[in-house]
Design a protein around this ligand. Structure first.
Ligand SMILES: Nc1nc2c(ncn2[C@@H]2O[C@H](COP(=O)(O)OP(=O)(O)OP(=O)(O)O)[C@@H](O)[C@H]2O)c(=O)[nH]1
Ligand SMILES: [Mg+2]
Length: 213
């Protein structure tokens, strides 16, 4: 009898796990140094009180995909979503170890970073193909948005029909221009924030609940 009850419980647990809807996975994508990890840390800190990973002015600080599960975000309108936040390595078309040497890294360390960064790009792209349900595309709004990598990545995201919110980050800097980003990607919502200072992140949260919900 006990055996039967235990077996029944096991089967029902297995079936529940099998049919449980996977939490919506939101990937933060964009070129290196755009502020992806800074934003991921802010989201996780605001809603869970934890962090995702280290931030650095040296590009390709993030070289592995990092995921934080079950984050429930509430917008000012009262709407709520529960998501997994996926912080991804910065994507570029060219990685050269000399760039890291210029930041003061020893040659050996720079070569290792370049190899890991290349693997990180491949991993980020793999997640985009297989495991991502929506995208926050992060740009440094002091830079030219019409770079090859942005056009290519946003094109891939569109071809996968994933919802995408574009974040024009670093709006605390004097030469930031969200308008330039809006003109580059008029087909998507663009939200201007400072992930570092937290400016306007409430608007981002509000948009996330309606756009990814
Ligand atoms: N002024 C300003 N600096 C920012 C902002 N967000 C991030 N930064 C800085 O930009 C640099 C890169 O930030 P990260 O969060 O590591 O950027 P990332 O996109 O994760 O970079 P990778 O992991 O290398 O792809 C760091 O020096 C941050 O402090 C912002 O809103 N304003
Ligand atoms: Mg990072």
């Amino acid at each position: 009898m006990t055996f039967l009850v235990r077996t029944k419980k096991k089967i029902s647990g297995f079936l529940k796990a099998l049919f449980k809807k996977r939490t919506c996975r939101i990937g933060i994508y964009g070129p290196p140094n755009a502020g992806k990890t800074t934003l991921a840390n802010r989201i996780v800190r605001d809603w869970v009180g934890d962090a995702v990973g280290p931030v650095s002015e040296v590009p390709h600080e993030t070289r592995r995909v990092r995921r934080k599960e079950d984050i429930t975000i509430t917008g000012q309108n009262g709407n709520t979503i529960t998501i997994d936040i996926v912080d991804t390595p910065g994507v570029t078309t060219k990685i050269d170890y000399n760039e890291f040497v210029e930041y003061g890294l020893e040659k050996e360390e720079a070569v290792k970073r370049a190899r890991e960064a290349t693997e990180g790009v491949a991993e980020a792209m793999h997640w985009l193909r297989e495991d991502i349900d929506g995208v926050i595309y992060m740009l440094d709004s002091t830079l030219d948005p019409f770079q090859q990598v942005n056009i290519m990545l946003v094109g891939i995201i569109e071809s996968r029909k994933l919802p995408v919110l574009i974040v024009a980050n670093k709006n605390d800097l004097p030469d930031a221009s969200a308008a330039r980003i809006k003109s580059a990607f008029p087909q998507h919502p663009v939200i201007s924030i400072s992930g570092l200072e937290g400016t306007n992140v409430d608007e981002l949260y509000e948009n996330m609940t309606s756009y990814f919900g």
